[in-house]
Design a protein around this ligand. Structure first.
Ligand code: KIV
Ligand code: NA
Length: 275
Protein backbone atom coordinates (compact mmCIF):
# COMPACT_ATOMS: atom_id res chain seq x y z
CA UNK A 1 0.00 0.00 0.00
CA UNK A 2 1.26 3.50 -0.82
CA UNK A 3 1.75 5.84 2.11
CA UNK A 4 1.46 9.56 2.74
CA UNK A 5 5.20 9.82 2.14
CA UNK A 6 4.87 8.02 -1.21
CA UNK A 7 2.29 10.58 -2.32
CA UNK A 8 4.65 13.44 -1.46
CA UNK A 9 7.42 11.69 -3.41
CA UNK A 10 5.03 11.30 -6.36
CA UNK A 11 4.36 15.04 -6.25
CA UNK A 12 8.10 15.75 -6.21
CA UNK A 13 8.85 13.44 -9.13
CA UNK A 14 5.78 14.44 -11.14
CA UNK A 15 4.22 10.97 -11.11
CA UNK A 16 0.47 11.51 -11.19
CA UNK A 17 -1.63 10.21 -8.31
CA UNK A 18 -4.79 8.37 -9.37
CA UNK A 19 -7.75 8.41 -7.02
CA UNK A 20 -11.14 6.84 -7.68
CA UNK A 21 -14.21 6.70 -5.49
CA UNK A 22 -15.64 3.36 -4.37
CA UNK A 23 -18.67 2.66 -2.25
CA UNK A 24 -18.94 -1.09 -1.80
CA UNK A 25 -17.07 -4.39 -2.06
CA UNK A 26 -17.15 -4.85 -5.86
CA UNK A 27 -16.22 -1.27 -6.78
CA UNK A 28 -13.37 -1.35 -4.26
CA UNK A 29 -12.16 -4.70 -5.56
CA UNK A 30 -12.08 -3.27 -9.09
CA UNK A 31 -10.25 -0.13 -7.95
CA UNK A 32 -7.58 -2.25 -6.28
CA UNK A 33 -7.40 -4.60 -9.29
CA UNK A 34 -6.89 -1.54 -11.55
CA UNK A 35 -4.11 -0.41 -9.21
CA UNK A 36 -5.45 3.05 -8.35
CA UNK A 37 -3.23 4.80 -5.80
CA UNK A 38 -5.95 5.99 -3.46
CA UNK A 39 -9.61 5.17 -2.96
CA UNK A 40 -12.09 7.79 -1.80
CA UNK A 41 -15.23 6.67 -0.05
CA UNK A 42 -16.95 9.90 -1.04
CA UNK A 43 -20.17 11.21 0.37
CA UNK A 44 -21.14 11.44 -3.31
CA UNK A 45 -22.52 8.02 -2.43
CA UNK A 46 -25.56 9.98 -1.28
CA UNK A 47 -26.31 10.72 -4.92
CA UNK A 48 -24.88 7.83 -6.92
CA UNK A 49 -25.77 4.99 -4.54
CA UNK A 50 -28.49 6.20 -2.18
CA UNK A 51 -30.52 8.31 -4.62
CA UNK A 52 -30.53 11.62 -2.72
CA UNK A 53 -30.20 14.81 -4.75
CA UNK A 54 -27.29 16.16 -2.69
CA UNK A 55 -24.72 14.99 -0.14
CA UNK A 56 -26.56 16.74 2.70
CA UNK A 57 -28.66 13.76 3.90
CA UNK A 58 -25.64 11.43 4.22
CA UNK A 59 -24.90 10.37 7.82
CA UNK A 60 -21.82 9.18 9.68
CA UNK A 61 -23.44 5.73 9.89
CA UNK A 62 -23.92 5.70 6.08
CA UNK A 63 -20.23 6.51 5.61
CA UNK A 64 -19.13 3.81 8.04
CA UNK A 65 -21.39 1.20 6.45
CA UNK A 66 -19.96 1.82 2.97
CA UNK A 67 -16.35 2.36 4.07
CA UNK A 68 -16.25 -1.02 5.83
CA UNK A 69 -17.36 -2.74 2.61
CA UNK A 70 -14.75 -0.80 0.64
CA UNK A 71 -12.02 -1.87 3.04
CA UNK A 72 -13.02 -5.51 2.57
CA UNK A 73 -12.81 -5.08 -1.21
CA UNK A 74 -9.51 -3.18 -1.21
CA UNK A 75 -7.53 -4.25 1.85
CA UNK A 76 -4.25 -3.05 0.32
CA UNK A 77 -5.23 0.44 -0.78
CA UNK A 78 -4.89 3.85 0.86
CA UNK A 79 -8.50 4.67 1.73
CA UNK A 80 -9.82 8.17 2.41
CA UNK A 81 -13.30 8.47 3.91
CA UNK A 82 -15.42 11.63 3.75
CA UNK A 83 -16.73 13.08 6.97
CA UNK A 84 -20.34 13.85 6.00
CA UNK A 85 -22.41 17.02 6.20
CA UNK A 86 -22.18 18.96 9.47
CA UNK A 87 -20.46 16.10 11.30
CA UNK A 88 -17.30 18.14 12.05
CA UNK A 89 -18.70 21.56 12.89
CA UNK A 90 -19.76 21.17 16.50
CA UNK A 91 -17.21 21.49 19.29
CA UNK A 92 -13.79 19.90 18.88
CA UNK A 93 -14.52 17.20 21.42
CA UNK A 94 -17.60 15.97 19.54
CA UNK A 95 -15.75 16.14 16.23
CA UNK A 96 -12.84 14.18 17.70
CA UNK A 97 -15.21 11.48 18.95
CA UNK A 98 -16.90 11.21 15.56
CA UNK A 99 -13.59 11.13 13.68
CA UNK A 100 -12.09 8.55 16.04
CA UNK A 101 -15.21 6.41 15.71
CA UNK A 102 -14.95 6.57 11.91
CA UNK A 103 -11.25 5.65 11.98
CA UNK A 104 -11.70 2.79 14.43
CA UNK A 105 -14.69 1.22 12.69
CA UNK A 106 -13.61 1.61 9.05
CA UNK A 107 -9.80 1.31 9.30
CA UNK A 108 -9.59 4.32 6.96
CA UNK A 109 -6.14 5.76 6.27
CA UNK A 110 -7.42 9.35 6.32
CA UNK A 111 -10.60 11.41 6.63
CA UNK A 112 -11.59 14.18 4.22
CA UNK A 113 -13.22 17.42 5.40
CA UNK A 114 -14.66 20.18 3.22
CA UNK A 115 -13.82 23.83 3.64
CA UNK A 116 -11.36 26.25 5.12
CA UNK A 117 -11.88 28.70 8.02
CA UNK A 118 -12.53 26.90 11.28
CA UNK A 119 -12.33 23.53 9.51
CA UNK A 120 -8.57 24.09 9.17
CA UNK A 121 -8.23 24.32 12.95
CA UNK A 122 -10.32 21.18 13.22
CA UNK A 123 -7.99 19.34 10.83
CA UNK A 124 -4.96 20.47 12.86
CA UNK A 125 -6.66 19.13 15.99
CA UNK A 126 -7.47 15.76 14.39
CA UNK A 127 -3.94 15.54 12.99
CA UNK A 128 -2.51 16.08 16.46
CA UNK A 129 -4.47 13.00 17.58
CA UNK A 130 -2.99 10.93 14.76
CA UNK A 131 -5.89 11.20 12.33
CA UNK A 132 -4.55 12.05 8.85
CA UNK A 133 -6.77 14.64 7.16
CA UNK A 134 -7.37 15.48 3.50
CA UNK A 135 -8.73 18.97 2.86
CA UNK A 136 -11.37 19.60 0.20
CA UNK A 137 -11.25 23.14 -1.25
CA UNK A 138 -12.91 24.96 -4.16
CA UNK A 139 -16.42 23.74 -4.87
CA UNK A 140 -17.78 22.27 -1.65
CA UNK A 141 -20.78 20.04 -2.39
CA UNK A 142 -21.82 20.00 1.30
CA UNK A 143 -22.02 23.81 1.15
CA UNK A 144 -23.55 24.11 -2.33
CA UNK A 145 -26.51 26.01 -0.89
CA UNK A 146 -24.11 28.53 0.69
CA UNK A 147 -21.88 28.78 -2.40
CA UNK A 148 -24.94 29.41 -4.58
CA UNK A 149 -25.03 26.11 -6.42
CA UNK A 150 -22.50 23.78 -8.03
CA UNK A 151 -20.36 26.52 -9.62
CA UNK A 152 -16.74 27.08 -10.57
CA UNK A 153 -14.90 28.64 -7.62
CA UNK A 154 -11.98 31.07 -7.41
CA UNK A 155 -12.64 32.98 -10.63
CA UNK A 156 -12.14 36.46 -9.19
CA UNK A 157 -8.72 37.69 -8.07
CA UNK A 158 -10.02 38.00 -4.52
CA UNK A 159 -11.46 34.48 -4.43
CA UNK A 160 -8.28 33.11 -6.00
CA UNK A 161 -6.10 34.80 -3.39
CA UNK A 162 -8.30 33.43 -0.62
CA UNK A 163 -8.01 29.93 -2.04
CA UNK A 164 -4.21 30.19 -2.18
CA UNK A 165 -4.20 31.33 1.45
CA UNK A 166 -6.50 28.48 2.44
CA UNK A 167 -4.28 25.91 0.74
CA UNK A 168 -1.23 27.28 2.58
CA UNK A 169 -3.13 27.17 5.86
CA UNK A 170 -4.13 23.54 5.20
CA UNK A 171 -0.50 22.65 4.62
CA UNK A 172 0.48 24.39 7.85
CA UNK A 173 -2.28 22.52 9.70
CA UNK A 174 -0.62 19.26 8.67
CA UNK A 175 -3.16 17.92 6.17
CA UNK A 176 -1.73 15.16 3.99
CA UNK A 177 -3.33 16.23 0.70
CA UNK A 178 -5.80 18.68 -0.79
CA UNK A 179 -8.70 17.75 -3.06
CA UNK A 180 -9.39 20.76 -5.25
CA UNK A 181 -12.75 20.80 -6.99
CA UNK A 182 -13.98 22.90 -9.89
CA UNK A 183 -11.54 25.81 -10.10
CA UNK A 184 -9.86 27.40 -13.16
CA UNK A 185 -6.86 25.33 -14.24
CA UNK A 186 -4.51 28.32 -13.93
CA UNK A 187 -5.45 28.74 -10.28
CA UNK A 188 -5.17 24.99 -9.66
CA UNK A 189 -1.60 25.13 -10.96
CA UNK A 190 -0.80 28.06 -8.66
CA UNK A 191 -2.21 26.18 -5.68
CA UNK A 192 -0.26 23.06 -6.65
CA UNK A 193 2.99 25.00 -6.98
CA UNK A 194 2.46 26.81 -3.69
CA UNK A 195 2.25 23.79 -1.38
CA UNK A 196 4.49 20.78 -0.74
CA UNK A 197 1.55 18.41 -0.18
CA UNK A 198 -0.21 16.70 -3.10
CA UNK A 199 -3.14 18.48 -4.74
CA UNK A 200 -5.67 16.07 -6.26
CA UNK A 201 -7.90 17.81 -8.77
CA UNK A 202 -11.43 17.23 -9.98
CA UNK A 203 -12.51 19.79 -12.56
CA UNK A 204 -9.21 21.56 -11.84
CA UNK A 205 -7.27 20.87 -15.03
CA UNK A 206 -4.13 18.82 -15.55
CA UNK A 207 -1.51 20.88 -13.72
CA UNK A 208 -2.19 19.27 -10.36
CA UNK A 209 -0.56 16.28 -8.67
CA UNK A 210 -3.35 13.83 -9.32
CA UNK A 211 -6.96 13.33 -10.35
CA UNK A 212 -10.05 11.97 -8.65
CA UNK A 213 -13.32 10.95 -10.32
CA UNK A 214 -16.52 9.31 -9.17
CA UNK A 215 -16.75 5.59 -9.99
CA UNK A 216 -20.23 5.88 -11.49
CA UNK A 217 -19.16 8.83 -13.68
CA UNK A 218 -16.10 6.99 -15.03
CA UNK A 219 -18.20 3.96 -15.93
CA UNK A 220 -21.38 5.63 -17.16
CA UNK A 221 -23.32 3.82 -14.45
CA UNK A 222 -26.56 5.37 -13.22
CA UNK A 223 -28.82 8.18 -14.33
CA UNK A 224 -27.50 11.03 -12.19
CA UNK A 225 -26.22 14.33 -13.61
CA UNK A 226 -22.66 14.05 -14.97
CA UNK A 227 -20.65 17.29 -14.72
CA UNK A 228 -18.68 18.82 -17.62
CA UNK A 229 -15.32 17.98 -16.07
CA UNK A 230 -15.95 14.22 -16.19
CA UNK A 231 -14.58 11.88 -18.86
CA UNK A 232 -16.55 8.67 -19.24
CA UNK A 233 -14.47 5.60 -20.02
CA UNK A 234 -17.33 3.13 -20.34
CA UNK A 235 -21.11 3.09 -20.70
CA UNK A 236 -22.23 0.25 -18.48
CA UNK A 237 -25.79 1.45 -17.80
CA UNK A 238 -27.19 0.25 -21.20
CA UNK A 239 -25.34 -3.06 -20.87
CA UNK A 240 -26.78 -3.65 -17.41
CA UNK A 241 -30.28 -2.68 -18.50
CA UNK A 242 -30.05 -5.02 -21.49
CA UNK A 243 -29.19 -7.91 -19.18
CA UNK A 244 -32.03 -7.16 -16.78
CA UNK A 245 -34.52 -6.73 -19.63
CA UNK A 246 -33.56 -10.12 -21.06
CA UNK A 247 -34.02 -11.80 -17.70
CA UNK A 248 -37.46 -10.22 -17.29
CA UNK A 249 -38.49 -11.30 -20.79
CA UNK A 250 -37.20 -14.86 -20.37
CA UNK A 251 -39.12 -15.44 -17.15
CA UNK A 252 -42.30 -14.10 -18.74
CA UNK A 253 -41.87 -16.26 -21.86
CA UNK A 254 -40.77 -19.24 -19.75
CA UNK A 255 -37.41 -19.48 -21.48
CA UNK A 256 -35.81 -19.33 -18.06
CA UNK A 257 -35.17 -21.50 -16.15
CA UNK A 258 -34.34 -24.47 -18.36
CA UNK A 259 -33.48 -27.96 -17.13
CA UNK A 260 -29.84 -26.86 -17.14
CA UNK A 261 -30.66 -24.41 -14.32
CA UNK A 262 -32.72 -26.98 -12.39
CA UNK A 263 -32.06 -29.83 -9.97
CA UNK A 264 -33.54 -33.28 -10.39
CA UNK A 265 -34.35 -36.33 -8.30
CA UNK A 266 -33.31 -39.91 -9.06
CA UNK A 267 -35.89 -41.94 -10.96
CA UNK A 268 -36.21 -44.55 -8.15
CA UNK A 269 -36.88 -41.83 -5.59
CA UNK A 270 -39.67 -40.53 -7.77
CA UNK A 271 -41.10 -44.07 -8.09
CA UNK A 272 -41.06 -44.45 -4.32
CA UNK A 273 -42.85 -41.13 -3.91
CA UNK A 274 -45.56 -41.91 -6.44
CA UNK A 275 -45.87 -45.35 -4.89
O1 KIV B 1 -17.69 12.67 -2.51
C1 KIV B 1 -16.89 12.63 -3.47
O2 KIV B 1 -16.96 11.74 -4.35
C2 KIV B 1 -15.86 13.67 -3.53
C3 KIV B 1 -15.07 13.76 -4.79
C4 KIV B 1 -15.91 14.24 -5.90
C5 KIV B 1 -13.85 14.60 -4.61
O3 KIV B 1 -15.69 14.38 -2.59
NA1 NA C 1 -17.32 14.32 -1.02
Amino acid sequence: MKTTQDFITMKQTGEKIVMLTAYDYPSARQAEEANVDMILVGDSLGMVVLGYDSTVPVTVQDMIHHAKAVKRGAPNRFIVVDMPFASYHGNLQTTMQTAAHMMQTTFANALKLEGAGTVIDTMAHLTSAGIPCVAHLGLLPQSAQVQGGYKVQGRSAQAAEQLLKDAKACEKAGVIAIVLECVPHQLAKMVTDSVTIPVIGIGAGKDVDGQVLVYHDVLGYGNHHVPKFVAQYAQVEPIMLKGINEYVAQVRTQQFPTLRHSFSMKEETLQALYG
